[in-house]
Design a protein. Structure first.
Length: 211
């Protein structure tokens, strides 16, 4: 027995259903909440409320010993200090995704990378948000000169930085000790890519799916 599309490439596809109405419920500091009515054809019309998000990037930075850089940052909604890769919002209009990732790596970790690839793309919570995150792999790392370093504020001010062997990070993810989604996705994707000899990595300027 075969299903629809059997034999076609395994890939998500953008589908633009007729939009019958859109209402802004909350105009937030970073993201909004909207309500939309969508025509699903024979399935009828449904209303959905979701978070409209600008998107984000994250960076799995690996040194020459295959250690991954993680930052410990307080996240108030979950009342937890989480170990995360350098990451940030796409809040600069028109900024290239790799440039945004390089900016976050410099601002949060005082690092510059000489080599960049796309590690993976993922949707954080597609049932309730349109947030899309691209995770890059960065290597050939060097420090930003001290005089040029970004002054960190807020939750970023006292972030702890730790270099963790990739295998140790994978084990921590599997044990449930690391829960940030970019950490979980990025660490596991890096381990898979390493096992494949890094052959499946996409170039840093690869077009995201669904655009």
């Amino acid at each position: 027995m075969t299903g629809p599309g059997e034999g076609a490439p395994l890939a998500d596809a953008r589908v633009d259903r007729p939009l019958l109405g859109s209402e802004l419920l909350h105009d937030g500091m970073v993201w909004d909440v909207v309500r939309e009515a969508v025509d699903l054809g024979e399935a009828g019309t449904v209303r959905r409320e979701f978070v409209r998000h600008p998107g984000a990037v994250a960076v799995i930075a690996l040194d020459d010993d295959d250690r991954v850089l993680l930052l410990r940052q307080y996240r108030h909604p979950v009342r937890s200090a989480l170990w995360e890769p350098p990451a940030g919002l796409l809040d600069v209009p028109g900024e290239d995704l790799r440039d945004a990732a390089a900016r976050e790596l410099a601002e949060e970790a005082d690092l510059v990378a000489g080599q960049w690839w796309v590690l993976l793309d993922y949707l954080t919570s597609p049932g309730g948000s349109d947030e899309a995150i691209r995770v890059f792999l960065a290597r050939d790392l060097r420090e930003v000169p001290e005089a040029e370093r970004h002054v960190r504020e807020g939750e970023e001010r006292d972030m702890e930085l730790r270099w963790v062997p990739l295998d140790e990070a994978v084990a921590a993810v599997q044990a449930g000790a690391l829960r940030n989604p970019s950490t979980v996705n990025g660490v596991l994707a890096a381990a898979v890519a390493r096992a494949d000899g890094w052959r499946g990595l996409r170039p840093a300027d690869a077009e995201p799916a669904g655009r």
